[in-house]
Design a protein around this ligand. Structure first.
Ligand SMILES: NC(=O)c1ccc[n+]([C@@H]2O[C@H](COP(=O)([O-])OP(=O)(O)OC[C@H]3O[C@@H](n4cnc5c(N)ncnc54)[C@H](O)[C@@H]3O)[C@@H](O)[C@H]2O)c1
Ligand SMILES: O=C[C@H](O)CS(=O)(=O)O
Length: 487
């Protein structure tokens, strides 16, 4: 095994179904590679429909018992899970960096954030209140109660290998549901280590299952099996649409956390140093591979050159390298397909008149999957980079003149996940916050994510919210009870 761990038993190369660590029925395994070195990290079972079906049936059995546990009992198990995750933070970070590439410091941050979601929903379990409704007739008592939706299928992406699981599975389990989840094929070992710690914490057999392998086959079983009552997906919009369509046949509820195309607007009255700091935080976190990264940076004409100079100076100083190296700010991109996609967008922009004062090409001397942190200036709407989710360390700068133009430019996309703007004019802060068509808006802030707040998008960025007081509602049904009696 190539990952240096204190507790080597955390590195699991088998899937987890009904409390058992198992291989694929076929025995087939596929390699998972370290994006920084190209070396094999480990082997992942290549499963399909049959194993998924067994996991769903195990989840159904576990659900029938777990739903009867009190909220307090469920919360206690989740809190133990959260404690074990923090206790094993360093090992989980090593596994995550080995398979995803992010710097160890970022990996540790993701693990702390993930533990925060589990802690938050352990508490929310005890607040799934119902209500009584004043009856119109005597001899009636009208009330509602909240009940767990049932067996939940979850599918997660590679960019936050643990946090995306915690943000779905913690509220689902807290609500009393059971879960069958499929991690991304690029990052299975973080998910399997999480399941190992969940087993140690006392999650009953069959309650939390991890199936790895053929995405299409696993997804087809998840979306067609009538036992599954909910699909919670985080990933690209194109895949989300396919899954939504498949879920319609059995009328499954869905939560969709999809793609983004975040505008980052800098008005001429902004605190430019603050704005630059927040562009760095938003744009270059996870090497630009997050759904809420600043994707289109729009700067008002009066401060455009000054902002471009300040940002370029900062970006030049960002250290790029393997995530295990001290002081590294950016790691590699997830695979060579990602490198090609980012490079094609940069080349298209340069060919249409954009300039690259910093970066602008892959860093082959570091390895196959490193892309130079890049600033593009003189970018316009006729370039592909305006319309596509870059998912890489490229900061394209657009110039605008008026507030109306900035808002119109920002809203000119089918995505609606995150948006940011910087201004010290209070009236403008309210006007622009209301005018931006996004699920989440950062006003003088480039960071959004927290377990206490509703994370999610509108338009083609998704359905539903994860986190906050809304996150557990995604896994609960409302039952209305009309109770008649002799008045
Ligand atoms: N809104 C959010 O909270 C959020 C968070 C993280 C990532 N994302 C989005 O995810 C994308 C990047 O992640 P990605 O490349 O893993 O996305 P992706 O859509 O390619 O894959 C996401 C997951 O879906 C699985 N999958 C793919 N096709 C499938 C199918 N036909 N049936 C079942 N499962 C299938 C993949 O194996 C993976 O586990 C970006 O668009 C990013 O914006 C959104
Ligand atoms: O990539 C999407 C993640 O949800 C980003 S965040 O860590 O929640 O901000």
């Amino acid at each position: 095994m190539s990952v240096p761990l204190k507790d080597e038993s955390l590195f699991r190369q088998q899937a987890f179904i009904n409390g058992k660590w198992i291989d694929a029925d076929s025995g087939r395994k596929v390699p998972v590679y370290d994006p920084a070195t190209g070396k094999e990290v480990g082997m992942m079972p290549w499963m399909g429909a049959a194993e998924t079906r067994r996991a769903i049936e195990a989840a159904e059995r576990a659900f029938s018992l777990w739903r009867k546990r009190t909220a307090k009992e469920r919360a206690a198990v989740l809190r133990r899970w959260r404690d074990l995750i923090l206790l094993h933070q360093d090992d989980l970070a090593q596994i995550m960096t080995a398979e995803q590439g992010k710097p160890l410091a970022e990996a540790r941050g993701e693990i702390v954030s993930s533990a925060g979601y589990i802690e938050w929903f352990a508490e929310e379990a005890k607040r799934t209140y119902g209500e009584t409704i004043p009856a119109g007739n005597s001899g009636q008592q009208l009330l509602t109660i909240r009940q767990p939706i049932g067996v939940v299928a979850a599918i997660t992406p590679w960019n936050f290998p643990i946090q995306m699981i915690a943000r779905k599975c913690a509220p689902a389990l807290a609500a009393g549901c059971a879960v069958v989840m499929k991690p991304a094929p690029q990052t299975p070992f973080s998910a399997l280590a999480l399941a190992d710690l969940g087993q140690r914490a006392g999650l009953p057999d069959g309650l939390f299952n991890i199936v790895t392998g053929k995405a299409g086959e696993i997804g087809d079983e998840m979306t067609s099996n009538h036992i599954v009552r909910k699909l919670s997906f985080t990933g690209s919009t194109v895949v989300g649409k396919v899954l939504m369509e498949k879920c319609a046949l059995t009328v499954k509820q869905v939560s969709m956390e999809l793609g983004g195309n975040a505008p980052f607007i800098v008005f001429d009255d902004a605190d430019l140093d603050r704005a630059v700091n927040h562009v760095i935080a938003s744009k270059f976190r996870n090497a630009g591979q997050t759904c809420v990264c600043a994707n289109r940076i729009m700067v008002q004409k009066g401060v455009y050159d000054d902002f471009a100079r300040r940002l370029s100076e900062r970006v030049r100083g960002l250290k790029i390298g393997p995530g295990t190296e001290d002081g590294v700010f950016l790691g590699p991109l997830i695979d060579d397909r990602a490198i090609d996609k980012v490079d094609d967008l940069v080349k298209d922009a340069l060919s249409k008149g954009a300039k690259a004062p910093v970066g602008g090409a892959p860093l082959k001397e570091l390895g196959a999957q490193f892309y130079a942190p890049t600033v593009l200036t003189d970018v316009t709407q006729n370039m592909q980079v305006f319309h596509k989710e870059i998912f890489g360390p490229v900061a394209p700068l657009y110039c605008f003149e008026s507030e109306e133009e900035a808002v119109s430019l920002a809203n000119a996309t089918r995505y609606g996940l995150a948006a940011y703007f910087f201004s010290q004019d209070v009236g403008r802060v309210w006007r622009v916050s209301e005018a931006l068509e996004y699920g989440m808006v950062g006003a003088n802030s480039g960071t959004l994510s927290s377990e206490a707040t509703p994370f999610g998008g509108i338009k083609e960025s998704g359905i539903g919210r994860e986190g906050g007081k809304y996150g557990i509602q995604e896994y609960l049904e409302i039952k209305y009870i009309n109770m008649g009696f002799d008045a």
